[in-house]
Design a protein around this ligand. Structure first.
Ligand code: AKG
Ligand code: FE2
Length: 226
């Protein structure tokens, strides 16, 4: 009995083989190109639990997303029109997500020496027609956001549903790479390097966006910086 319990504990705290492959691919991609796009990559059980959690949440738990530092948080419908709910680990799905994100943090720190220290994340809901205009998640020297992480929770997303994330390789790139917000897709990119935008979708679009930060005194929440 004792050993069975030990094994099940180990299963919770040790990433599965599939997850280890994903973590390694994210690390390799970040090293080579600064971003990583992985369809159908979030562990299925975790994706399902997060989706169930979303279904349980009422729309009153979401707040209109803002821009600017938290103390001068401003709703700006020209820049973004989505609504968000921060994940604090009070639900078991949220807790499981935070454990997974912290395993990824430890793996990336061991491989890339990024010095990622903390993580913050929120559910986001884009109603049909909602968007988030081209932006960067952090400005050089102004923020301690280092790595952005986005996962999508939309089963059966079709090309005509649109709502892609467009990731631009630098400030001059106007074409970008389109990412379909399909269930379980995991995207990571260096927060200061890659401008990106969310195109309007034809149906409700759900995601989690998160940021790994350095341990600096400037630990106030940035959403995004400006
Ligand atoms: O949902 C996405 O595809 C990206 C969201 C985003 O860029 C953000 O919340 O900063
Ligand atoms: Fe962003």
């Amino acid at each position: 009995m004792g050993s069975v319990e030990t094994e099940s504990m180990a299963a919770i705290s040790t990433p599965s083989l599939e997850t280890s492959f994903l973590f390694q691919k994210v690390a390799d991609d970040l090293r080579q190109q600064g971003y990583s796009i992985n369809p159908n990559a979030l562990p299925y059980e975790l994706s399902q639990r997060l989706l169930e959690q979303l279904h349980l949440m009422s729309s009153s738990e979401f707040d209109t997303a803002g821009i600017g530092r938290q103390q001068d948080h401003m709703v700006n419908n020209f820049v973004r029109t989505d609504e968000i709910c921060w994940i604090d680990g009070s639900s078991s799905a949220g807790e499981q997500w935070l454990v997974w994100a912290s395993e990824l943090r430890e793996y990336l720190n061991s491989q890339l020496f990024l010095g990622l220290f903390s993580f913050e994340s929120h559910f986001a809901h884009y109603a049909p027609g909602d968007f988030y205009k081209r932006h960067v998640d952090a400005f050089k020297g102004e923020s301690n956001r280092v790595l952005s992480l986005v996962v999508y929770l939309n089963p059966d997303w079709l090309p005509e549903d649109e709502g892609e994330l467009v990731l631009y390789k630098d400030e001059t790139d106007l074409e970008g790479t389109k990412v379909t917000p399909s269930f379980g897709t995991v995207v990571a990119f260096l927060s200061e390097e890659f401008p990106h935008e969310v195109l309007p979708a034809a149906r409700d679009r759900y995601s989690i966006a998160g940021w790994y930060r350095l341990n600096t005194s400037q630990a106030d929440r940035v959403d995004p910086p400006r």
